[in-house]
Design a protein around this ligand. Structure first.
Ligand code: SF4
Ligand code: FES
Length: 335
């Protein structure tokens, strides 16, 4: 069991653990951001460089530092390794450069993008990016493409993380899309604009960290922060049937897989659950979905209100136990 120290915190991890996963075992602010790595997709990672860290000591046997920042999602821990992430100003500066590169061709269309409010790139840019860009040249642009009747590909927003191609590779046996060309010409494409049509294709929408792949049944219906996510399940023969329903009023606007605190889906869902079960009566409702505090979705969120109500009730019960509630002189109940 090698021991690694990340930002001054030591942890013992199983052999073969990457620095990123070791950091996730520790948790909190020291976990590097990841735009292409996805723990549920084999072989993912190593494309975006947002997860870079500084290795100040390679191992106990060979304590030399690594000469440049390394991708933590692809570098395995060695015994005695010492790593810096948020404790290294140089590293944070380097990550700023990575974010600037990711944004070189990315349009600033957050106000009209369906992903706004739950976009990993938007969050990354706020946390780690520079406030402006030095890029002066023309950005590359693409026409929007329909890949099937449920998914829209807006290649202009793609950061080439490859996650959707891994979904196509690993969840279905009929992969019809991939990355064509190289360098500045690289793009996600089907051969050629063929429909991506299989039971699990909708998962490509969930794994896309930006607004490049969006759900056509939800596009432009609402900003996500006006919707209320609720956990629900159904007895499904194809997938776990565990989803998040996104309500506006009493209408289900969209259905997604549930995501964990790293923005990864807990379990992939089938297209039937995602696109064809939009009535409340199709589901067993479990309760409000917890959204990470950093998400704009949780701002003024009803879940917080529920929690507040719960806290008040618990507080009242405690006080009642200590001293029975006394009616006030005006007849109002006071605690
Ligand atoms: S479309 Fe989305 S998931 Fe696919 S490579 Fe581009 S950014 Fe990644
Ligand atoms: S998350 Fe490690 S390189 Fe993208």
């Amino acid at each position: 069991m090698p021991k690694v120290t990340i930002d001054g915190i030591e942890i013992e991890v199983p052999d073969g653990t990457t620095i990123l996963n070791a950091a996730r075992m520790i948790g909190g602010e020291i976990v590097p951001p990841a735009m292409c790595y996805y723990s549920k997709l084999e072989g993912s990672g190593g494309k975006c460089r947002t997860c870079i860290v500084k290795v100040t000591q390679g191992s106990a046997k060979d304590p030399r530092p690594m000469p440049k920042p390394v991708a933590s999602c692809r570098t395995t821990v060695m015994d005695g390794m010492v790593v810096q992430n948020i404790t290294s100003p140089d590293l944070l500066e380097a990550r700023k450069g990575v974010v600037e590169f990711l944004l070189v061709n990315h349009p600033l269309d957050c106000p009209i993008c369906d992903q706004a409010g739950e976009c990993d790139l938007q969050n990354l840019a706020y946390k780690h990016g520079a406030s402006n860009t030095r890029y002066e040249f023309e950005r590359r642009t693409f026409e929007k493409i329909d890949i099937g009747d449920k998914i829209k590909l807006h290649m202009t927003r793609c950061i080439l993380c490859y996650r959707c191609t891994y979904v196509a590779d690993q969840l279905t046996n009929t992969r019809v899309h991939g990355i064509m060309n190289r360098g500045d010409h690289a793009e996600i494409s089907t051969y050629i604009q063929k429909a991506v049509d299989n039971d699990y294709s909708g998962n490509m929408i969930d794994v896309c960290p930006v607004g490049a792949l969006t759900d056509k049944t939800f596009r432009f219906k609402s900003r996500v922060w006006f919707t209320k996510p609720v956990d629900a399940h159904r007895d499904c023969k194809k997938c776990s049937g565990k989803v998040a329903l996104w309500y506006k009023g009493d209408q289900i606007l969209r259905i997604t897989a549930r995501k964990d605190k790293y923005g990864e889906v807990e379990s992939f869902i089938c297209n039937e659950c995602r696109f064809e079960k939009k009535r409340t009566s199709d589901w067993v409702i479990e309760g409000p979905r917890h959204i990470e505090n950093t998400s704009v979705i949780s701002q003024n969120h009803y879940e917080t209100l529920n929690n507040l109500k719960l806290q008040i009730t618990q507080q009242q019960k405690k006080l009642e136990k200590k001293s029975p509630i006394q009616p006030s002189p005006k007849g109002k109940t006071t605690i």
